[in-house]
Design a protein around this ligand. Structure first.
Ligand SMILES: [Zn+2]
Length: 349
């Protein structure tokens, strides 16, 4: 038990869990994704370097990681503020902002956005994938990393007094690297001390989510308070999905709005459409997992913003919820996915 027990920690301080309302559990409001730049095909160099404009939008949606400018979401704070006001008007209450160390977390900007928009914003502690780890992080012991993560939650991060309310997204690759294993153990140890929510970015392999859960379990982590992100690009076989679901984490479908033919980080993957994502949610609900599902858009590039012809942060509330209701998911189940499950996850033990 800590002073945080029974509360949710936003960038503006502690709130009662009942205040959160509809919650997107995996978004970014300011970050850079330069770590994951993917060079364009030889014939696409011109379009990749051209300014973003209407005639390039189809190419950009298909190749979002091959345009350097598209990766700089941190440049769009004014557009993001507008979109958060839209999200509020659409009935949104809370956003979990998963930007961690390595992809340019900016807590003062998050605090200002929360003040300007009245959306509850919850910031993330810890580290993204290995390629973004500093030499210092790589050399740190599990104990040292644990202390840093705990301090980011209890005292504030990046030299500010702004406190994180979740650990993650904790980045892992496939195969999981040594440095990432250390961060996972530190995450579990910090979670044991704090009773806090954890959220994981798994590597792009169907075996990755279960391997992460095993590492967390061995280190004493609380899997029932852990979200596994990005299942929509990771586990495709329904049998394998149910096997993973039995391990007890929250199951997150968080790439709503992303429809692309070729997924450059794993060309084996057929990225699902939003309709297919809804079908998978309906399947999981039918199998009895309505208390374990959370959803989001994971906006991390400019082209996902409405300013650039994208779907924005309100897409789920405006378009996906009606689709869910028309595909056998009840209003009560939608409310669990958008309100109750995030609330339980985000409340400190
Ligand atoms: Zn993310």
């Amino acid at each position: 038990m800590t002073a945080l027990s029974g509360k949710v920690q936003t960038v503006l301080g502690l709130v009662e869990p009942s205040q959160l309302g509809r919650t997107m559990t995996h978004e970014h409001l300011t970050m850079t994704f330069e770590c994951c730049y993917f060079p364009p095909a030889p014939g696409d160099k011109m379009i990749a370097e051209a300014p973003i404009e209407m005639k390039n939008l189809h190419w950009l949606r298909q190749n979002p990681y091959s345009c350097h400018e598209n990766l700089l979401l941190w440049q769009e704070t004014d557009a993001v503020r507008e979109e958060l006001l839209c999200y509020r008007r659409a009935g949104g209450g809370t956003i979990v902002e998963n930007t961690t160390t390595g992809i340019a977390r900016n807590l003062p900007v998050l605090r200002q956005l929360a003040k300007d928009t009245d959306v509850h914003i919850i910031a993330g502690a810890g580290y993204y994938v290995d390629v973004t780890h500093s030499e210092e992080t790589r050399k740190s012991t599990v104990e040292k990393l644990t202390d840093i993560i705990v301090s980011e939650v209890l005292h504030g991060a990046d030299g500010t007094d702004i406190r994180c309310g979740v650990i993650g997204e904790i980045g892992t690759s496939w195969p999981i690297t040594e440095s990432e294993r250390k961060v996972l153990r530190a995450t579990a140890h910090a979670q044991t001390q704090l009773g806090c929510p954890v959220i994981i970015h798994p590597g792009r392999n169907p075996a990755a989510p279960a391997e992460v859960v095993r590492i967390l379990q061995e280190a004493g982590g609380d899997i029932s308070k852990t979200v596994m992100s990005h299942l929509d690009r990771t586990i495709f076989d329904h049998g394998e999905l149910l096997e993973f679901a039995k391990m007890g984490s929250y199951l997150e479908y968080d790439l709503f709005g992303t429809e692309m033919l070729n997924y450059p980080y794993n060309m084996e993957v057929d990225m699902p459409s939003d309709s297919q994502r809804v079908q998978t949610l309906a399947f999981l609900v039918k199998e009895g997992y309505e208390d374990r599902i959370v959803i989001a858009h994971d906006i991390h590039t400019k082209n996902r913003l409405t300013k650039y012809g994208g779907h924005g942060y309100s897409h789920i509330l405006k378009n996906i919820v009606p689709k869910m209701l028309s595909r056998g998911i009840s209003q009560n189940q939608v409310d669990k996915i958008l309100i109750e499950n995030p609330k339980h996850w985000l409340t400190f033990k």
